[in-house]
Design a protein around this ligand. Structure first.
Ligand code: HEC
Length: 194
């Protein structure tokens, strides 16, 4: 092989190499890197908030307790096996979204508290959170907890434990104060089931 031939071979190889590197650079440019900061900001959890229990919040009305119980034991309006009790909707419009007649309204989200807590009558309860059986006798009647504590725990558990694993229900707007009152009323109620 002559010297010129070797040089031209080498040049050819480096040209090829150069082309493939240029190709790689182009590919990189083709990958979209969308700015997700706005979405992340929207989904960010709001800071912990102290919630004062509204006056007359705790009720012994069976209708209110039935609402709290249903929210406790169910995930959402689609997954629930029984219809919700009077006063509780199966579907809920997303805030800020406009619906035309005939549009599908999404299922309402409930608490699914049983995913983490066992309680009277629970089916397939989880054990991430404490067992809430006999909550009234063990926690309220003994004055270990008061209604305000339970209300705050359900509204925003981060006030009672900054590292909590429990879901945040009122600060996130998942439930209304009335619904948190219904859930609290259920937790502190006298229960007949085992
Ligand atoms: C992802 C798991 C999880 C879910 C879901 C959950 N909790 Fe909890 N819960 C916990 C943990 C863990 C604790 C222990 C205290 C803490 O870390 O906040 C707790 C504590 C509590 C307590 C306080 C018990 C005490 O010490 O007096 C109550 C009451 C309670 N939860 C009710 C509920 C209700 C009602 C719901 C549904 C709206 C719910 N929890 C959903 C995990 C959960």
């Amino acid at each position: 092989m002559t010297k010129t031939k070797i040089v031209s071979l080498l040049t050819g190889a480096s040209l090829l190499l150069g082309a493939s590197i240029a190709g790689a650079t182009d590919c990189k440019k083709a990958v979209e890197v969308p700015d997700a900061s706005k979405i992340l900001e929207k989904d960010k959890l709001k800071p912990p908030k102290v919630w004062k229990m509204p006056a007359g919040c705790i009720s012994t009305d069976p209708k209110v307790i039935a609402i709290g119980k249903y929210i406790f034991h169910n995930l959402n309006g689609k997954k629930a096996k029984t219809p919700p009790p009077p006063g509780l909707s199966k579907t809920q419009m997303k805030p800020g979204k406009t619906y035309k007649p005939g549009d599908k309204i999404p299922p309402k989200q409930y608490g699914n508290c049983v995913a983490c807590h066992n309680i009277e009558g629970a089916v397939g309860a989880g054990n991430i959170g404490p067992d809430l059986h006999h909550y009234k006798e063990h926690f309220i009647d003994t004055k270990a907890r008061d209604y305000q504590y339970v209300y705050q725990q359900i509204a925003d558990a981060r006030i009672n434990n900054k590292d909590t694993r429990m879901t945040i229900n009122l600060t996130t707007g998942l439930f209304t104060p009335e619904e948190v009152c219904a859930i609290t009323s259920y937790v502190v109620s006298d229960k007949k089931e085992k």
